[in-house]
Design a protein around this ligand. Structure first.
Ligand code: SAM
Ligand code: SF4
Ligand code: SF4
Length: 376
């Protein structure tokens, strides 16, 4: 067992430095016996889109101060942490943001991460989530650097609706051009994330499924994500959520579907397949069906704070350890201790509190962390 950490240390966000007591490769379990498997790394807090559900224009305007470059973890710092997380059980790395392709030379980071190995000598599963705006330019370099898989976000097939959603007038066809380039570079199948917001783009569920199948066959896997109450700036209301079961009902207009088994423990999407065409879709029901029970995800913010839940109000400062000259053993010990004390299960608690428009258990005066800062 790891040492107990004083709770005030966790709250205040100082990462406890301490020697690792667990061998690399041994399972680290949190207080609900969930292992650590998935690390999401935000490489920039900037974005060239202003999706209303993530970075609303009114809040993230010209007065908003983004992190200065010196605050960002360098590629070497990210890689060092990723290596220690791999020793602690992480098997999957997801690069995200903000818009990760805005980070200069992101393919160099991918190459550094692709060279890492698990304690039993296997490469990590490296994925990246992007809004697709720069993908046509970057896809081949990302593939050559060793990126394994790609997720592209696309909230509508109707150009006017999409331009309204991204709020910077970006065209659907340019995102599709990015997906084309990704498939041509050898990625596939590409996952496509659609955040469904009732009354805004829910009329796009069926048309987007049809259009992607027409263009890509089964090389694009569309995933419908319930609009989440992440952060404190997106004006979330329960009324704006179209539950996944309603999305599924609408998809039945296209034809019958059959449920598929989960492909991995801790998977966020329920998978379904159209009987007639074999087209696969996913439903991410973070609001109506919490999946905290086997949540094995940790998140590293752009400036090196470790968040143990998407809805956390505090991170733990790993950058201070890195820049304070801590040895690997001390940083590994901090990761072990933080994970061992993890008791987050925000969505499950929120589900228990629904019905009712409940902004959840963030304490009065505390702000939940924003999505673009720790990534999706
Ligand atoms: N900029 C990239 C993109 O949009 O793909 C990567 C970062 S973005 C924060 C990661 C994912 O989170 C995207 O698929 C986005 O649609 C999703 N997302 C952002 N805010 C959300 C919210 N409030 N509810 C549900 N999903 C959200
Ligand atoms: Fe940018 Fe992605 Fe957030 Fe949209 S969802 S504002 S593309 S970070
Ligand atoms: Fe994991 Fe937190 Fe989301 Fe639950 S609410 S699934 S613990 S990130």
């Amino acid at each position: 067992m790891g040492k107990t950490i004083a709770i005030h240390d966790l709250r205040r966000g100082r990462a406890p430095a301490g020697a690792s007591v667990l061998a690399p490769g041994a399972d680290r379990l949190d207080t609900f016996a969930r292992p650590l498997r998935d690390l999401r790394i935000s490489v920039t807090d900037r974005c060239n889109f202003r999706c209303s559900y993530c970075m609303p224009k009114e809040v993230f305007d010209s007065r908003h101060v983004f992190l200065p470059h010196a605050e960002l973890l360098s590629f070497e710092e990210i890689t060092r942490l990723a290596r220690l997380f791999a020793d602690a059980g992480v098997r999957k790395l997801r690069l995200t943001g903000g818009e990760p392709l805005l980070r200069k030379n992101i393919e160099h980071l991918v190459a550094l991460l692709a060279a890492l190995r698990t304690p039993d000598g296997r490469p990590l599963d490296i994925t990246l989530t992007t809004n697709g705006s720069l993908l046509a330019r970057k896809a081949a370099a990302l593939k050559a650097a060793g990126l394994g898989r790609l997720t592209v976000s696309l909230d509508a097939i109707d150009d006017a609706v999409f331009r309204r959603m991204n709020d910077v007038g970006f065209a659907v066809e340019d995102v599709l051009g990015g997906i084309d380039a990704a498939l041509a570079a050898g990625f596939g199948p590409v996952k496509v994330n659609m955040v469904v917001k009732k009354g805004t783009n829910d009329d796009q569920v069926v048309p987007l499924a049809r259009a992607l199948h027409a263009r890509y066959g089964n090389a694009a896997v569309l995933r419908f994500i319930e609009f989440m109450d992440v952060g404190s700036t997106n004006g979330w209301r329960l009324d704006d959520v179209l539950p996944s079961r309603a999305v599924l009902e609408r998809l039945r207009e296209i034809g019958p579907l059959t449920a598929l088994p989960a492909s991995a423990a801790g998977e966020t999407a329920q998978r379904w397949r159209f009987d007639a065409t074999g087209q696969e879709i996913g439903l991410v029901s973070s609001v109506t069906q919490a999946f905290c029970g086997d949540c094995n995800r940790a998140r590293l913010s752009t400036d090196g704070q470790l968040y143990l839940c998407l809805f956390a109000t505090h991170g733990h400062d790993l950058r201070a350890l890195l820049r304070g000259g801590a040895e690997d053993r001390a940083i590994a010990g901090a990761i072990d201790q933080l994970w061992a004390a993890r008791d987050d299960r925000y969505s499950a608690l929120r589900t228990a509190a629904t019905p009712g428009v409940d902004a959840g258990p963030a304490q009065a005066g505390e702000r939940r962390v924003e999505m673009h800062y720790i990534g999706g």
